[in-house]
Design a protein around this ligand. Structure first.
Ligand SMILES: [Ca+2]
Ligand SMILES: [Ca+2]
Length: 454
């Protein structure tokens, strides 16, 4: 039943509607290959699309392998058939009514291992691992699929007559060329069959190059916009002949702002050359406290790497203290742990290599608002928040404001005011709606506040 439901969706895409004059028959048929790889059978489901002026008298389908199925009328739920061997068959449909008859032929591409767009390594999951075969086969041509679709459904690849054709899987969008566009179906279908494994990848081979975090500081504060660099290799122990690396990072979601989320940014990656952009991917599973991603070269050449290959960008939560924490404390500290899991590191031949992954953590300080402003948090009022038109920043002690900087959640500066008045108003009505962050820099203090613009 599951197969038929999927098949119906596909058939809908290819349905052709014909205008026929009275008394004419038009035979038409489509098919899909069912996802029966695990069962080791090649099951094809045929759907009649014929148009007839009166009722069927005969409907005969020759499957092209010597077997013929004669029915009085087409089956409404599709006709399932199992081919004994993979191959390309020419099926023939003959229809007839009292007033007319017609014949049509269709090429049936029956294969064991259909392509699921976005699952470039054919493991039934679209995720970060799937950029690696695209990187390895980048720029290579492969026969385009009959139905170049990015829907999460099994499609038989033209060149696949039984064996695994890795090139057809890498051509996620089915247009016949393996390139950056094939990352799109991975992103679109990401995690549809995702299961959290949380398989940590401890460092078992201490001689292997390290994958590790570089934190901006071991002490962070609530509301901080944080960029944690992800490094591969060191000058003493570089990652030799590196081509692609994908991984997951597990984090404590309770300490991360849900609106800003978590993003892996691979721009200016040490794994890539400035002349070669490569391909990368990032997908956040906030509810599970997990972000998955990776980056790969696409030119066929490896690189010795010792430096930053990417960054993890997020904002530390700043308003959860009152939910569960001890209100008698004016300052609360929490440990923010980070760890890698599900790492795959490949060379230009696609062989996997060992990496020594290191966990890390920072201490995050939360200052309970309204109880003890502390040294770093003078009496600054910011209102109204949320706002749609303006924002007033009012300093009510003897200190002075030096600079106000408004940034988006990726830390990109939106607006800056130098030497503001003790009471300064910023016009925000032309800014994009959403959350952003106001950094207030004073003579002897500095802090950030989340601002919501609507
Ligand atoms: Ca996959
Ligand atoms: Ca393609």
């Amino acid at each position: 039943m599951k197969s038929i439901l999927k098949a119906s969706i596909v058939t809908g895409l290819f349905l052709m509607i014909s205008q026929l004059s009275f008394g004419q028959c038009q035979a038409a048929i489509t098919y899909v290959v069912a996802d029966t790889t695990a069962l080791g059978v090649i099951e094809v489901i045929f759907f009649d699309q014929s148009v007839v002026p009166d009722s069927f008298k005969n409907w005969t389908l020759d499957y092209g392998d010597g077997v013929v199925n004669s029915l009085q009328e087409p089956p409404s739920q599709g006709l399932q058939y199992k081919y004994d061997t993979a191959g390309i068959y020419v099926a023939t449909l003959v229809i007839g009514t009292d007033s007319c008859s017609d014949t049509t032929m269709i090429e049936v591409n029956a294969c064991f291992t259909p392509v699921w767009p976005g699952d470039a390594n054919a493991d039934k999951i679209a995720n970060n691992l799937d950029i690696l075969p695209i990187g390895l086969n980048f720029g290579v041509s492969t026969p385009p699929r009959v139905f170049p679709s990015a829907d999460w459904l099994p499609f038989c690849a033209l060149s696949d007559t039984g064996g695994l054709n890795i090139l057809s899987y890498s051509d996620c969008d089915g247009n016949g060329i393996i390139d950056s566009a094939d990352v799109g179906p991975i992103v679109g279908n990401y995690g549809l069959t995702h299961k959290k494994t949380n398989a940590s990848s401890p460092c078992v081979d201490t001689a292997a190059p390290e994958l590790f975090f570089v934190l901006p500081s071991t002490f962070l504060e609530a509301g901080d916009i944080v960029e944690v660099e992800i490094h591969l290799g060191t000058s003493a122990n570089p990652a030799v002949n590196a081509y692609g690396v994908v991984f997951s990072i597990d984090y404590d979601k309770n300490l991360v702002d849900s609106v800003a989320g978590v993003t892996l940014d691979f721009s200016n990656s040490e794994l890539l050359d400035s002349s070669s952009s490569g391909i990368s991917i990032s997908h956040n599973f906030y509810s599970m406290g997990r972000v998955e991603g990776g980056v790969t070269r696409t030119d066929g050449f490896g690189k010795n790497v010792s430096g930053r290959i990417g960054s993890m960008l997020f904002v530390l939560e700043d308003d959860l203290i009152q939910k569960t924490w001890d209100m008698n404390d004016s300052i609360v500290e929490r440990t923010f742990p980070l760890s890698f899991s599900d790492i795959t590191f490949i060379d230009p031949s696609g062989f996997t290599d060992t990496i020594c992954a290191k966990s890390d953590s920072a201490t995050v300080t939360f200052v309970i608002p309204g109880i003890d402003p502390g040294i770093g948090n003078p009496l600054v009022k910011i209102y109204p928040n949320p706002t749609s038109d303006h924002l007033t920043i009012q300093l009510s002690n003897e200190s002075a404001l030096e600079e106000l900087v408004l940034s988006d959640y990726l830390g990109r500066e939106i607006l800056r005011v130098s030497d503001p008045e003790k009471t300064e108003t910023i016009v925000v009505e032309d800014l994009q709606a959403g959350s952003c962050f106001l950094k207030v820099i004073g003579k002897d203090f500095e802090f950030s506040e989340k601002i919501i613009i609507f």
